[in-house]
Write a protein that binds this ligand. Structure first.
Ligand code: UDP
Length: 466
């Protein structure tokens, strides 16, 4: 007879494999896409769904190293597939394209076949980042359900869906370039106003990347139409216009670790262990938090202007300067700011933003950072750099009005006095904080029981369970 009180470990593993729903989840191979999909994986696992979470080797190692056993439900298995690239090839757009469009779908197909031929629970659905559209073809070929996941704002999807109309109306040409730089554009009266030169695909200086992003978006539109679900890490009340014009998008956000009861890590890099303790020592609403996500890099001149702007504001600050950035601080800087500034290589950002000492966030406006700031009622100083960050800025500054934009001078440089002036305004004009708190209130219930996102996620889970 089996012992009920103390089952050996392998028995609990076997129990999961007795016909449980089993989802394979595939993030786009970039950190800002992996974190929210991992969060979704944890939600699904909590509801009894077995997860095989597939990263490329390089990301797999990071996820295992920093989120591994401590963070993950035991129903989640981490698996890696090769990206087929030499390290020198990772920044070549064509090579990257080959990975996401050829190599990853092929590897995922083989993995599903392998799992389905084994004694394990069969794969019942594939949840893939919508940027990896060709995985939809794999799902259809193998006859499994599919859900495309958008790690960005719904507005980004709506923009992509409208590419044919934008070409037809003469806003952009067939390659996505603006036909008139003075145009400003709004897809719906409640959606952000943007200039075509700020469309996602146009915000790179490298023409190969502009083409790459434009083509990915065009092709993915086709794939997303065939997916059983198109889910998005957003909230209905944040983007009512986008969800009205594209009812096929289902918001299930915000997917944040702070929404979970367990106090689990929310990162795939080693965060500074002491910065939360440092924040505990600062007065309420006094600290400027500065972080630009996982990829943004400044040149030396711009970095120094930023450093001086922060210094001139003469307030406590926590600044993330990633280990892969050049740390070109002005002479004597670190000594001068040591009494009130803390500079770290990586912060536990979600917990930093929920700390009562944080007054404002200087950000590149990545969607995860935006959601994290909004969810904590923190006003933002917006310094977008690439891709969808410009749409997000428009939401923050023009639609929600919870932040200010940092402007470049005529030479394309953001000067220190501009940074200082905008920081001062965020501190002095209470209206930003008031609106940020209203917005926080408005969306805080969406992921809780009975909220819009909660209901959508429940329906999605019911579908996975069949
Ligand atoms: N992040 C973090 N610590 C840091 C900087 C960033 O944990 O020091 C996290 C942040 O909380 C967010 C993600 O990294 O979840 C960055 O995603 P985002 O979409 O904002 O920007 P991306 O990195 O994709 O440009």
């Amino acid at each position: 007879m089996l012992s009920i009180s103390n089952p050996p470990l392998h028995l609990s593993t076997r129990k999961i494999s007795m016909g449980k729903p089993h989802a394979i989840m595939v993030p786009f191979p970039m950190q800002g896409h992996i974190i929210p999909l991992m969060e979704l994986a944890q939600c699904l696992a909590k509801h009894g769904i077995k997860i095989t979470f597939v990263n490329t080797e390089i990301n797999h190692d990071r996820v295992q190293a920093f989120s591994g056993n401590e963070a993950l439900d035991d129903r989640i298995r981490l698996v890696s597939v090769p990206d087929g690239l030499e390290s020198s090839e990772r920044y070549i757009p064509e090579k990257f394209m080959e990975t996401v469009y050829e190599i990853m779908p092929r590897n995922i197909e083989e993995l599903i076949q392998e799992i389905n031929a084994s004694n394990e629970d069969k794969i019942t659905c594939v949840i893939y980042d919508q940027c990896l559209g060709r995985i939809q073809e794999v799902a259809e070929k193998l006859g499994v359900g599919s859900a495309a996941f958008c790690a960005a704002a719904a507005a980004l999807l709506v923009l992509g869906f409208n590419i044919p109309r934008l070409i037809e109306d003469g806003i952009i040409d067939n390659e996505g370039s603006p036909l008139n730089n003075n145009n400003i554009f709004q897809l719906n009266p409640t959606m952000p106003i943007i200039s075509p030169s700020d469309f996602v695909w146009n915000r790179s200086k490298i023409s190969a990347i502009r083409k790459l992003v434009f083509n990915i978006m065009k092709q993915n539109n086709k794939f997303m139409k065939s997916a059983n679900w198109l889910i998005c890490n957003s909230v209905h009340n944040l983007e009512p216009g986008a969800f009205t014009v594209a009812t096929q998008i289902t918001p299930i956000g915000p997917l944040l670790s702070t929404n979970r009861p367990q106090n689990l890590p929310d990162h795939i890099q080693e965060p500074d262990p002491d910065c939360l303790k440092w924040l505990d020592q600062q007065p309420p609403c006094s600290v400027i938090y500065i972080a630009f996500g996982s990829t943004t890099i400044f040149n030396k001149n711009q970095f120094q202007e930023l450093a001086m702007g922060i210094e001139q504001s003469n307030r406590p600050f926590l600044w993330v300067v990633r280990p892969d950035s050049d740390k070109d601080f002005p002479d004597g800087y670190l000594d001068r700011v040591t009494t009130h500034g803390r500079i770290v290589g990586w912060a536990p950002q979600q917990r930093v933003l929920s700390h009562s000492s944080i007054a404002c966030f200087i950000s590149h406006c990545g969607w995860n950072s935006t959601l994290e700031s909004v969810s904590n009622g923190v006003p933002m100083l917006c310094w977008p750099y690439f891709a969808d960050q410009f749409i997000n800025r428009s939401y923050i500054c023009d639609t929600w009005k919870i932040g200010l934009t940092i402007d470049e001078d005529e030479n394309g440089v953001v000067k220190f006095d501009e940074i200082k002036e905008k920081i001062d305004r965020l501190f002095e004009e209470d209206v930003f904080k008031e609106r940020a708190l209203c917005l926080k209130e408005m969306i805080s219930s969406s992921a809780s029981e009975g909220g819009d996102s909660y209901k959508n996620l429940s329906n999605f889970i019911s579908w996975i369970r069949g």
